[in-house]
Design a protein around this ligand. Structure first.
Ligand SMILES: [Zn+2]
Length: 163
């Protein structure tokens, strides 16, 4: 027990900086190597056959290791989205922009990314395709955004379970 009559410090404001290095595991290395070849490589669960992209070490449903690489399409369907219209601290993109869950053909989990073009035209079911940056880096940011493609919208009942 302290004899200090002052109240205890429970919070303070101060500058904080964290630097860290992430080492990619085997599954992530395959995904990142695919990115460097403009390919999207996920992993298939050997039990339920679901394809995850980005890949995961184990299936969250079956709890088994995922080891079978699967290349998925660069085209997919917007399952849901949100348009960001206001700036906020640390923001990378300039508003307005549309963040969307995109279910790539051949994948079973939507990918969170940006849909380019007219944000007011973005809609559930919209078909989009990956647009790559010129200078590829081993990050998902090498896909600059997803652009609308000239395909009919996917009917809602086809992707409803992914919303
Ligand atoms: Zn599974």
């Amino acid at each position: 027990m302290s004899s200090d009559p002052r109240p205890p410090v429970t919070r303070f404001k101060g500058p904080t900086r964290l630097e860290y290095l992430v080492t990619a595991g085997n599954n992530t290395v395959g995904f990142l190597r695919g990115i460097m070849q403009k390919r999207l490589i996920g992993l298939r669960c050997p039990s339920c056959s679901k394809v995850y992209l980005p890949p995961r070490g184990s299936c969250p449903i079956c709890a088994v290791a995922m080891t079978e690489p699967v290349e998925v399409s660069q085209r997919g369907t917007v399952t849901t989205f949100s348009v960001v219209r206001f700036p906020f601290p640390g923001q990378v993109l300039t508003p307005p922009y549309a963040c969307a869950h995109i279910l790539l053909d051949g994948a079973d989990v939507p990918l969170l990314h940006v849909v380019g073009g007219d944000v007011d035209a973005v809609r559930m079911g919209m078909r989009v395709q990956a647009v790559w940056v010129e200078d590829l880096q081993p990050t998902l940011a090498s896909v600059a955004w997803f652009a609308p493609c000239d395909e009919p919208d996917t009917p809602y009942d086809v992707f409803a379970e992914y919303v």
